[in-house]
Ligand binder design. Sequence first.
Ligand code: 4NP
Length: 154
Amino acid sequence: MPVKILMVCLGNICRSPLAEGILASKLPNNFIVDSAGTGSWHVGNSPDKRSIAVATKNGVNIQNQKGRQFKTSDFDEFDYIYVMDSSNYSDVIDLAKTPEHKNKVQLILNELFPDENVDVPDPYYGVANGFDNVYQMLNEATDIIAKKLIEKHS
Ligand code: 4NP
């Protein structure tokens, strides 16, 4: 059985597609990585051009991803659910029906800065280097996640 990891943000066009692509690039193929948004505005859309550009610049291909909305069945489908910020955390936890579901949900930067509850800032309306900053944060967090997952599941 593959181990399944879900990355979640608000729109599923900026941060979580990057998190999905970067983590997938660090894991062998007995792991499945997917992403979703808590909102529905961008269902079926490709990632934001700026996310595609920063991924491509770093050798990661996210162009073929398509946006989808988080759904409650994702709690059963996925083993680990990483959210990008505290607002995503509340939105996802509000849909959880059991303690097991809740336990699957973690703020992704708590892997890098344990218990500090640091957000991955939403770069959508933000400054020019916002996407590079997000890439760097996610790259560091997914280094730790990939190492832990490979140790635990191989
Ligand atoms: P993301 O960024 O959550 O990192 O994908 C956003 C993209 C679009 C919107 C919000 C956040 N939006 O409201 O359309």
